[in-house]
Ligand binder design. Structure first.
Ligand code: SF4
Ligand code: SF4
Length: 576
């Protein structure tokens, strides 16, 4: 307040004075208000005695007097932070601090995946910030005035943290640079640390799969999830079609998690993909042993001097959609480079961070970095200068690995940008008559060198239309809170249908032909495959750009051909 005065400012802000600021005002400043109050409320009916003080009271009616507010207490964010134990002892202070500058301007609303006005108006970043601030105040108030914090507040806190896909899109339009994706991760981490995170079976199963490193566990989990879980989900979708359609046509608004019965319908209301590869990429190439680092090269077209790249496939491109990891390797083989893979199944650590398991993520990252330093020492004769990824979340997480120190002078690049650098594109990419595609840019976009739509057009042809909005999969959101995913998908479905109309209007896709949508994120691939039946004509076929390229450049049997060639003397295994 002293600073505000010294700068010529005022004590009263847009929200008035309040008993907290009263002590900073002089009697002279209070006098006009006191006189006004005496004139219009001579009996002191409104807020009796409040904000009245000093000399100006003299001579006024007996009912106009000052209330003693010296013991009054208003929970105020800024002031209480200093004295509150809960603020000092936990991360809640940091969370409160990270949202305190919000101007409530609402510029973040249009880009937010969970802001779907026709399904739900409550969970834009702006509104979530309001809710978070109020909940923090409630924590503080209760902590200081009662013996404990109400459990209901933690449930509401978790509900706010659930309503976020951690896409970080709210950061760029925000004038005060609040990234509610980061705030969400901190909130989830806080909930876990305080033991207030609810047990969600879908999330637990997904995290178990992502955390596993042993080939046996991964095989078992994959068999249970893809072999049984996905099939049951698709079957349930057929059986419960009517209830499912009701939900997808008009998603119910969320306010807290939906009851279990409703959640089950939310979970099955759009089919998970079928026909996934039976085995992981590593199992097909017999490179699951974590004591060996595989170097894959075409013995005919490469020498020991050929360029070597380090390819980090991550969980999505290796465990679930193994065709993505294999297509990346096949195209690197085609490009004539040597591909070094990490030894064993590794996860970058992002999914753990995203779900608030910060300590586990930190451990994974440290272990991975130590392992990569060993790999770099063992293979320093290869002079690796490029780290290739096929997933944006891996890219974002690996940026913190300091690869430039592991492989000195190296850079990280997405496979698609790498192929473009090498001049590898689809045969007809330069032609105005090239077939048309929709393009879904993932929230975690791995293409960073230029606008990714430009890159995709250069790779597959000019008739590509970008399709906005989140697919609703967002890592584990689809299994953690299927009710929220239904709302997000509701908005995406509309965007896809508009995209179909626009694409067919270009003439690059025949009126009744299937529409193809390309992407560059394994989670989005799973998400997009759920809209297969939502086109006005034909089906929606979702695929990875690099898989489409492998198919068109290397032929329909590219996968079997590549696995066959690699297994016939194309893999060197080096002990680390
Ligand atoms: S854009 Fe930033 S300042 Fe504006 S409401 Fe959103 S979070 Fe607050
Ligand atoms: S990170 Fe994405 S989903 Fe989360 S609040 Fe920001 S824009 Fe919305």
């Amino acid at each position: 307040m002293a600073l505000a005065r010294s700068l010529g400012g005022v004590i009263s802000g847009e929200h008035g004075i309040g008993i907290t600021k009263l002590e900073f005002l002089s009697d002279a400043e209070m006098a006009p208000f006191t006189a006004y109050k005496a004139r219009i409320d001579p009996e002191g009916r409104f807020n009796k005695g409040k904000l009245l003080r000093g000399e100006a009271l003299r001579g006024l009616g007996a009912d106009v007097h000052a209330a003693d507010l010296s013991h009054a207490y208003t929970p105020s964010f800024g002031l209480m932070g200093h004295e509150s134990l809960i603020m000092q002892q936990s991360d809640i202070g940091a969370i409160a601090d990270s949202v305190k500058d919000c101007l409530r301007c609402g510029k973040c609303k249009p880009v937010c995946a969970t802001h779907v006005p026709r399904a739900n108006l409550l969970y834009s970043p702006r509104n979530k910030i309001l809710a978070t601030s109020l909940l923090v105040e409630a924590f503080l108030y209760e902590e200081q005035t009662r013996r404990g914090v109400s459990l209901a507040h933690w449930e509401e806190f978790e509900d706010v943290a659930d309503h976020c896909t951690v896409c970080h899109k709210c950061l760029s339009p925000c004038p005060v640079k609040i990234d509610f994706g980061d705030v969400t991760m901190n909130m989830r981490n806080l909930l876990r640390k305080m033991g207030k995170k609810s047990f969600r079976p879908g999330n637990a199963a997904a995290m178990l799969m992502l955390n596993a490193t042993s080939p046996q566990t991964i095989k078992l989990m994959r068999g249970a999830m893809v072999g049984i879980g996905f099939k049951v989900q698709r079957l349930a979708n057929e059986v419960l079609k009517l209830a499912a359609r009701k939900q997808t046509n008009a998603p119910p608004a969320t306010l807290g998690a939906a009851p279990v019965r409703e959640q089950v319908i939310h979970f099955i209301n759009k089919k998970l993909p079928g026909g996934l590869p039976k085995k992981t990429a590593r199992a097909l190439l017999d490179i699951e042993d974590r004591d060996y680092v595989p170097i894959i090269r075409n013995p005919v077209a490469t020498t020991a001097e050929s360029e070597a790249v380090f390819y980090f496939p991550g969980c999505g491109s290796e465990r679930l959609f193994s065709q993505v990891g294999l297509a990346t390797q096949a195209m690197l083989w085609h490009a004539g480079v040597q591909t070094v893979l990490p030894p064993g199944y590794l996860c970058c650590g992002y999914p753990q961070r995203g779900s608030g398991q910060f300590d586990r993520a930190e451990k994974m990252i440290t272990d991975n970095r130590v392992l990569f330093h060993r790999v770099a020492n063992t293979l320093n004769y290869l002079d690796i200068k490029t780290v290739v990824v096929s997933c944006g979340t891996c890219y974002d997480q690996l940026q913190g690995y300091k690869f430039e120190e592991i492989f000195p002078g190296s850079r990280i690049i997405d496979i698609h940008e790498y192929l473009l650098e090498k001049g590898i594109t689809l045969p007809g990419a330069g032609s105005a008559d090239a077939p048309g595609f929709l393009y879904h840019e993932p929230c975690h976009n791995p293409m960073k060198l230029q606008d990714s739509l430009k890159t995709v057009k250069a790779l597959v042809g000019p008739n590509v239309l970008k399709n906005d909005r989140c697919c609703g999969e967002s890592g584990t959101l689809g299994v953690t809170r299927p009710d929220i995913a239904t709302q997000v998908r509701f908005r995406k479905e509309e965007s896809l249908q508009q995209g179909e109309v626009a694409l067919r209007a270009t003439g690059s896709v025949a009126p009744a032909a299937n529409v193809k949508i390309l992407t560059s994120c394994p989670s989005c691939l799973q998400g997009l495959k759920r809209y297969e039946d939502d086109m006005a004509n034909g089906l929606l076929e979702a695929d990875y750009i690099v898989v489409e390229m492998a198919r068109q450049i290397l032929g329909e049997s590219w996968l079997q051909d590549y696995v066959g060639r690699a297994n016939a003397g194309g893999i060197e295994r080096v002990l680390v």
